[in-house]
Design a protein around this ligand. Structure first.
Ligand code: 8DG
Ligand code: MG
Length: 130
């Protein structure tokens, strides 16, 4: 079974969260996601978070607050999502890989089409911001 360790950033500004939509042809394609990606060998999770957010949305992460770590089995792939709140960063988040992007109010996240594992992220966010 494939298992991947993923660094995930919840980009927060003024009660809104920046999301991108996964390309149709990849794992969990077409769904909204918090930007992020695989931790490479020799890299820490914090380094991966910083690198992925630079690559995918062109921001410089100044700090990441650990939110939750989720293990999820999709059947075809097992993921460990290491999720951080990123509310201190430089630059304006912009999708760099042609993905659809948008800012969504924290209170509207439940209505979006996310990968299954993200339900727990949204639960944790509600707890954190309540
Ligand atoms: N970035 C991100 N990945 C998520 C979320 N929820 C979720 O289940 N995943 C899963 C989908 C993928 O299987 C995995 C992320 O891996 P990925 O393939 O996008 O990794 P990557 O950005 O490094 O891309 P690449 O190396 O394949 O180009 O985590 C989420 O909110 N954000
Ligand atoms: Mg990615």
């Amino acid at each position: 079974m494939k298992q991947v360790h993923v660094a995930v950033g919840v980009i927060v500004s003024d009660q809104a969260v920046f999301l991108t939509r996964r390309h149709a042809d990849v794992h969990q394609g077409g769904k909204w996601e918090f930007p992020g990606g695989k931790v490479e060998s020799g890299e820490s999770v914090a380094q991966a978070l910083h690198r992925e957010l630079q690559e995918e949305i062109a921001i410089d992460t100044l700090a990441g607050i650990p939110l939750i770590k989720i293990e999820h089995d999709y059947g075809d792939k097992q993921v460990i999502l290491d999720v951080f709140i990123v509310d201190q960063y430089q630059g304006e988040p912009t999708a760099q890989e042609g993905q659809e992007e948008g800012w969504f109010m924290l209170t509207d996240l439940r209505d979006l089409d996310f990968p299954e594992a993200n339900v727990k992220i949204i639960d944790a966010l509600e707890q954190y911001y309540q």
